[in-house]
Design a protein around this ligand. Structure first.
Ligand code: DQA
Length: 159
């Protein structure tokens, strides 16, 4: 079995379904977790799904994903707009990174248009509510499969 896709969620996403539902929708974070797991399962993949309100913990998890994940889906929430440290951690990864947002930050307040995550992301999915996560999992599965294929195509280092 290959490594799981890690799905990391930043601050306030524990309140999903309750917090500004007109923006973020009515699904809870547990609903989103179930959608992600089901979508990954279609591709024979598993997920590791986590949420934290703490920047340092998010960074610890990004660092751990370096060795333990085949791809990373991350909704950095507010830290996406503020955290250089998160960008630095993401830059240490050589697995595919999919940035994911429920809302479309580009269509909201000006300060949400800047992302410290996008420069380190393989791609971004946003604006589709919890469907953003399902699409992000689709992308992560495709990217992970491609990465695995090119790794097996490479000759061993000492050949
Ligand atoms: C968010 C968008 C961010 O601007 C915001 O701070 C969030 C959630 C989203 O999923 O739409 O907390 O990442």
């Amino acid at each position: 079995m290959s490594k799981p896709i890690w799905v990391l969620n930043g601050p306030n996403l524990n309140l999903l379904g309750v917090r500004e539902p007109h923006i973020y929708g009515h699904d809870s974070l547990d609903d989103v977790r179930a959608l992600c797991a089901a979508r990954a399962k279609r591709h024979g993949m598993e997920i590791e799904f986590r949420q934290t309100n703490h920047e340092g913990e998010l960074i610890d998890w990004v660092q751990a994903a370096r060795l333990e994940a085949c791809a990373l889906v991350i909704n950095p929430a507010g830290y996406g707009h503020t955290s250089v440290a998160l960008l630095d951690a993401l830059k240490s990864l050589d697995i595919p990174v999919v940035e994911c947002h429920l809302s479309n930050p580009a269509a909201r307040e000006g300060f949400r248009r800047a992302s410290y995550v996008s420069p380190a992301a393989t791609g971004v999915v946003c604006g589709f509510g919890s469907t953003s996560y399902e699409l992000a999992i689709e992308a992560a599965c495709a990217l992970a499969a491609r990465t695995a294929k090119s790794a097996t195509a490479r000759p061993p280092k000492d050949a």
